[in-house]
Design a protein around this ligand. Structure first.
Ligand code: SF4
Length: 321
């Protein structure tokens, strides 16, 4: 049995490739060498308009570091105008007053990565000293402002205190704290070509990602799968297009069990997740839905082998975010 085509429900909007951190595992290869790409503000606004036309109700602004895009507040407000549920996935090191203001709108949530309760541990993952202190301070500020948050604790280094990080976030009153490990994409792949089997198999079905150059891919991890470009096509054309159908077929062949699911699964499976992920339908974003390669029995968490290399790059180790 083949699953029926699904209406799009969720989109990642990767509004920048620029980041003030240089995390070892970054699937987007983002750093201070990145940029915002060639999507103008008007292009992103048009994309949000088209998402609304398609009936998409959940979006996530991601990067790079989306809070460093000067127009993020305007994008949030535009999506909010359509009553979309909005998540901003940030490293929470550097949030401007106008971004804070937009984050306090109803229906907006802040998600962030956190690596350890120990600042040396955390900063070793981000490769920027002081990042832990800034993230921690902004988590407190977000709490004071009553902003809804989701924590994502990622296991990157051997001996990292990720369990303590998880506990600390729960103690801070953040109810939605997930755990993950390195995904073998971008810097996390350490030079290896991305493998389709490392995805979850649900990408491109009811969701897709728009990248900083306007390209559309089935998700933020599967960026080598080019489905079209919003510079010269509408999202409707891309979603219904031949490359998207071919990508779905490729994914269904690689993940036959995902292909026959009769529901849209949990949305979205990877970084973000919203209440539309209904646990009653056996959706477990941190387990079965995760693009982990778990289905082939090789669920060994990946960790950076570079634990011993502390602040090896002097050009980034003291970056002032
Ligand atoms: S904060 Fe996020 S986007 Fe920036 S380098 Fe780290 S993982 Fe990549």
């Amino acid at each position: 049995m083949r699953a029926l085509p699904l209406r799009p429900q969720f989109a990642w909007l990767e509004i920048t490739g620029f980041c003030n951190l240089n995390c070892r595992h970054c699937y987007a290869n983002s750093s201070s060498q990145g940029d915002h790409g060639d999507m103008s503000d008007a292009d992103w606004i048009r994309v949000i308009d088209q998402l609304n036309g398609l009936g998409v109700r959940d979006v996530q602004f991601i990067g790079g570091e989306p809070t460093l895009h000067q127009s993020l507040p305007a994008f949030i407000r535009h999506a909010h105008k359509y009553a979309m549920r909005i998540e901003v996935f940030s490293n929470m090191t550097h949030i401007r007053p106008e971004v804070w203001e937009a984050l306090t709108l109803p229906g907006v949530r802040l998600a962030f990565s956190y690596y350890s309760d120990n600042e040396t541990d955390h900063d070793e993952v981000t490769e920027v000293r002081g990042s832990h202190a800034r993230t921690r301070a902004n988590v407190e500020k977000a709490r004071e402002l009553g902003i809804k948050m989701r924590g994502s604790v990622i296991h990157v280094l051997e001996g990292q205190r990720e369990a303590n990080a998880h506990h600390e976030l729960l103690q801070l009153g953040i109810r939605d704290v997930r755990t993950d490990h390195i995904r073998p994409f971008g810097r996390g792949a350490e030079g290896a070509f991305p493998q389709i089997k490392e995805l979850c198999g649900m990408c491109g079905r009811a969701k897709f990602a728009v990248l900083p150059d306007g390209r559309v891919s089935p998700c933020v991890f599967s960026r080598w799968m080019n489905l079209g470009n919003v510079h010269n096509q509408t999202l409707q054309e891309i979603y219904d297009g031949v490359p998207m159908r071919a990508a779905r077929a490729e994914l269904e062949a690689a993940f036959p069990h995902s292909a026959v699911r009769s529901t849209p699964s949990c949305l979205p499976d990877c970084n973000p997740s919203f209440e539309s992920c209904n646990p009653q339908t056996a959706c477990a974003p941190d387990a079965a839905c995760g693009p982990t390669g778990e289905g082939d029995g090789s669920a060994v968490p990946r960790m950076s082998p570079r634990r011993s290399v502390r602040y090896a790059n002097p050009s980034i180790s003291r970056t002032d975010c």
